[in-house]
Design a protein around this ligand. Structure first.
Ligand SMILES: NC(=O)c1ccc[n+]([C@@H]2O[C@H](COP(=O)([O-])OP(=O)(O)OC[C@H]3O[C@@H](n4cnc5c(N)ncnc54)[C@H](OP(=O)(O)O)[C@@H]3O)[C@@H](O)[C@H]2O)c1
Length: 280
């Protein structure tokens, strides 16, 4: 099975999402453009950006350089939490489209909930944006199970996915169950715990037995789970193929369980108490 072949993740919105993509947080300028172009060349089809990363234009430059057809790509961007009001949301998406040099986003996410802007105001505008064709699908990010339930009560357009922090150290049982129950794709961010998994002795042990790297084993553990999408970031072109090479081997049940048992308390990396004071 060649490394580029994998089944995209289906979901309730009917917009299939590639199982593995490139994260672009903190990638800026020429480095961002060149990594995006190299990633597409290496087979990546999902590129994850955000208004807050301030690199949408550089992502577009990388896409243009790759020469790939727009419809062969899956672009995710996220609306900043300070732009969730009715008067700012649509405008901010139009600005993203301009920077990204495209007429539609494949998956448009609300980056963080904003306790100062009621979802009653945001969700109808998000629905309108999707209906107007600015986004093929919509979704959420960093919403707790309670906020997810509230957002679903308010939406008329099904949410395709939610982005959550998920890696071997962070148990996300409540969110995984809530997202699966709604047939949403689960996009794992910080999937390799900012690179920490590369030196983990347990993961190294599993990796050696497969002749793989610990990062590959971790990305395999993630993508082998139901409904999972992973979006590892790298700034190093030589790591692109390594991180994408996870579709030509499989972990056994015991290995999957061993990886899942690596969870520990206080493993959350990304915490923004002003947006989410209490996680699940
Ligand atoms: N929705 C949200 O709120 C949210 C929050 C955080 C992230 N995200 C998204 O998720 C993406 C991924 O998360 P992340 O960037 O925070 O962390 P990550 O992908 O878990 O880790 C990235 C780090 O791992 C290193 N790395 C990559 N490949 C490696 C390899 N093969 N061996 C060893 N080290 C390796 C990278 O260093 P090098 O550059 O040196 O390779 C980088 O420092 C982001 O880029 C962003 O698109 C979303």
């Amino acid at each position: 099975m060649p490394a580029t072949q994998h089944t995209p993740v289906e979901n309730v919105a009917g917009v299939a999402i590639p199982k593995l993509g490139l994260g672009t947080w903190e990638l800026r300028g020429e480095l961002c453009s060149s990594i995006v172009a190299s990633a597409i060349e290496a087979g990546y089809r999902l590129i994850d950006t955000a208004q807050g990363y301030e690199n949408e234009a550089q992502v577009a430059e990388g896409i243009a350089r790759s020469g790939i057809a727009r419809e062969a790509l899956f672009i995710t961007t996220k609306v900043r939490p300070d732009r969730l009001s009715a008067d700012k949301l649509r405008q901010s998406v139009e600005a993203s489209l301009e920077k990204l040099g495209t007429s539609y986003i494949d998956l448009l996410l609300l980056h963080w909930p904003n306790p100062d802007i009621p979802l009653e105001e945001t969700i109808p505008v998000l629905n309108e944006v999707q209906r107007a064709g600015l986004a093929r699908a919509i979704g959420l990010s960093n919403f707790t199970s309670k906020l997810l339930a509230r957002a679903w009560e308010l939406t008329e357009v099904p949410f395709a996915a939610e982005q959550i922090e998920y890696h071997p150290y962070l148990a996300q049982g409540t969110m995984l169950a809530a997202l699966r129950q709604r047939q949403m794709a689960i996009m794992a961010y910080c999937p390799i715990a900012l690179g920490k998994v590369a030196s983990d002795p347990d993961i190294l042990d599993i990796a050696r037995s497969h002749g793989r790297t610990p990062v590959q084993v971790t990305l395999r553990w993630l993508t082998q789970q139901d409904g999972l999408v992973a979006i590892p970031r790298t700034s190093k072109p030589e790591r692109l193929a390594e991180n994408f090479g996870v579709f030509d081997f499989a972990l056994g049940e015991e290995e999957m369980a061993r990886m899942s048992a690596l969870t520990r308390p206080d493993a959350r990396i990304i915490d923004e108490p002003q947006w989410v004071p209490e996680w699940d």
